[in-house]
Design a protein around this ligand. Structure first.
Ligand code: PEP
Ligand code: MN
Length: 337
């Protein structure tokens, strides 16, 4: 339920409304929409009499929210959420470029790639230490040592780190990680979502391979219900009948999510296509469609990468693409003004 207040509501009447709702076990989120203050009510609102609230002097309107996601819902929070990470911001008109190797393979590898992508305009270093691999015989990531190498690359470049958390037990190791990635395979690991909701680091939730927008937003809701509002969504393609590409990139997700939620939207054309030559056109398409940033896999030697070489760009390819993406973002802003 959303309570839209009149302009300059009487502070005492507002406080007594808030206290009355809180006594009924309702959690209240305040935000601003079209100049009016909004109260977003979360909890069991079925016993709240909307007519009673509508009749109050300070209330302009009362709306029931049909969607099961509340905190993540744009109706609750009309303004875009901007997630601050170190010196950079995700959302709010920026183009975030998260880049790096699928897997951290060595200190030299990740430091060299971090330096290269930073010079090309990347704002975050993305690399995997704990890897969700389809086969138990594939390289599983360097684990804790990989996290240490990411930290060294962060110390050397200043780039914030985004890396995947696969299991609750790994959380204490993530002290120096800046954004926790929840992978597609864990999008509905509800215990993991609850755990990252109870801590403060921003969380990027990748879309499950067959997840609907609503299921994906409910995963965000899990994190937000725990008190962590710094959630980022990442479209990484969904499973369809097409086998030519690794997945099918759903660019419609960008405008649809923009309508349904206030959370920032990142697009991952690397996992969506599985082919390095498709990363460029789809990244451009994602920027033209209005995403807040991209996640792009970059490897200094894709042919010998331990994971996802075929979809990885070489640093020089990333450099050329990053320049185009940043120019396109500026161009899109000018034609939308
Ligand atoms: C990844 O980002 O490295 C990854 C494994 O992606 P996804 O969870 O989208 O498959
Ligand atoms: Mn990968």
């Amino acid at each position: 339920m959303i309570v839209v207040l009149k302009h300059n509501p009487n502070p005492e009447q507002l406080q007594s409304l808030i206290t009355w709702l809180q006594e009924k076990g309702i959690i209240i989120h305040t935000s601003i929409g079209e100049g009016n203050m909004l109260l977003g009510l979360v909890g069991d609102t079925s016993k709240i009499d909307a007519d009673l609230i509508s009749a109050l002097d300070i209330v302009e309107d009362v709306k029931r929210v049909q969607e099961p996601y509340k905190n993540a819902n744009r109706k609750f929070h009309p303004e875009d959420t901007v997630v601050k990470v170190g010196n950079t911001q995700i959302g709010g008109g920026n183009l975030t470029l998260m880049a790096g190797p699928c897997s951290v393979e060595s200190e030299e590898q990740v430091v060299a790639i971090a330096k290269a992508v930073k010079a090309s305009g990347a704002t975050m270093l993305r690399g995997g230490a704990f890897k969700p691999r389809t086969s138990p015989y594939s390289f599983q990531g360097l684990g804790e040592v990989g996290l240490r190498y990411l930290e060294i690359a962060k110390e050397e470049t200043g780039l914030p780190i985004v890396t995947e958390l696969m299991d609750l037990s790994q959380l204490p190791l993530f002290k120096n990680v800046d954004v926790i990635q929840i992978g597609a395979r864990n999008m509905q690991n509800f215990d993991l979502l609850k755990a990252v909701g109870r801590q403060e680091k921003p969380v990027m939730i990748k879309r499950g391979m067959s997840a609907t927008y609503e299921e994906w937003l409910m995963s965000a809701e899990y994190v937000m219900a725990g008190g962590n509002e710094n959630v980022i969504l990442c479209e990484r393609g969904v499973r369809t009948f097409e086998t030519y590409t690794r997945n099918t990139l759903d660019l419609a997700a960008i405008p649809v999510l923009r309508k349904l939620t206030h959370l920032p939207i990142i697009v991952d054309p690397s996992h969506a296509t599985g082919k390095s030559w498709l990363v460029d056109p789809l990244a451009m398409g994602a920027v033209a469609t209005g995403c807040d940033g991209l996640l792009i896999e970059v490897h200094n030697d894709p042919a010998h990468a331990l994971c996802d070489g075929p979809q990885s760009l070489k640093p020089e390819q990333f450099d050329a693409l990053a320049k185009k993406l940043l120019r396109l973002k500026e161009f899109v802003k000018t034609i939308e003004e």
